[in-house]
Design a protein around this ligand. Structure first.
Ligand code: GLU
Length: 293
């Protein structure tokens, strides 16, 4: 599935609910950045966590993207079909002694100043699947420095060893996201600023897996009522109404810093996207997290 072009971007929703305005802004920002750079734009369904998924959400997300003219390149990749790849990477890391079985709770790690206790670190990584231990990557601490398209130079510490397989036996987001970004040849990751803090740990994993990290760009978050929290399923963000695609796109474009031309809302989604891709300028994106107006 490697599709190396000079630019391969992606949108990687988790099907825990339908798309809301915040996720539409991310989809649109990653789509426009890819198209404006002559790139491919892929869609990957991050259906890794069945207990948190809403039945029908994945199909609804894809329908929303299509009805907004956000057509992806190639076939959708489904993480639920990639367990064998994740297991293979875990076994490689285990052979390299980079993985260990950890019984620490979150609060123990916090008490330990964000570090895992040495007893765990020196334990082998036999996957006991006993519901009590997670598999962690020995990240070796330190920090990662990267240039974010919108956030500038970031230096983040890699203070906690990343969980790659959860104690409930599910593959962790951090493992799957990096393994798949490598496999799909992703060169640019444009996503919401809520994931900014996960970036250093991901870069570390890219490097440990022998890959160059992609370029990251973290878009502003759409905040919910009161402006304190980002829109999310947890704070009952309304689902995108597919029958209002043109107006939704114009609202999302306005949020991203576009001055919407008169009459644009009356056009078809494909026309609106073409108009926007021709005018996309990274420096015009308003980086502040804020509510829609
Ligand atoms: N699946 C993640 C989410 O919906 C996004 C992963 C990513 O873009 O890196 O929050």
């Amino acid at each position: 599935m490697n599709s190396k072009t000079p630019y391969t971007g992606r949108f990687a929703p988790s099907p825990s609910g339908p798309l809301h305005f915040g996720s539409l802004v991310c989809a649109l920002g990653s789509y426009l950045d890819a198209l404006a750079h002559g790139g491919h734009w892929l869609v990957r369904m991050e259906d890794l966590d069945p207990p948190r998924e809403e039945p029908g959400a994945a199909a609804r997300i894809l329908k929303t993207l299509e009805s907004h003219g956000l057509h992806w390149h190639g076939a959708v990749e489904w993480q639920s079909k990639r367990h064998a790849h994740y297991e293979e990477i875990l076994s490689q890391l285990r052979q390299r002694e980079l993985l260990y079985a950890c019984y620490c709770s979150r609060s123990q790690i916090r008490q330990n100043g964000g570090h895992n206790n040495l007893v765990c670190r020196t334990r082998d990584a036999e996957d006991k699947n006993d519901g009590a231990c997670a598999l962690r990557l020995n990240c070796a601490g330190g920090e990662e420095r990267f240039e974010d398209i919108w956030r500038g130079t970031k230096i983040q510490s890699v203070h906690e060893d990343t969980i790659l397989k959860r104690r409930d036996g599910l593959y962790a987001y951090q493992l799957a996201v990096v393994v798949d970004d490598i496999a799909q040849g992703i060169t640019h990751i444009v996503r919401g600023a809520d994931l900014l803090d996960t970036t250093a740990a991901q870069i570390r994993l890219f490097h440990l897996l022998g890959s160059e990290a992609p370029i990251f760009g973290h878009l502003p978050l759409v905040m919910g009522p009161g402006g304190m929290q980002k829109l999310s399923k947890q704070n009952h963000a309304p689902a995108i109404d597919d029958s209002k695609a043109a107006s939704n796109l114009c609202t999302a474009l306005d949020f991203l810093g576009f001055h919407i031309a008169d009459g644009l809302e009356q056009e078809a989604p494909e026309h609106i996207l073409k108009w926007a891709a021709a005018r996309w300028q990274r420096h015009q994106v308003d980086k502040r997290d804020r509510q829609l107006h």
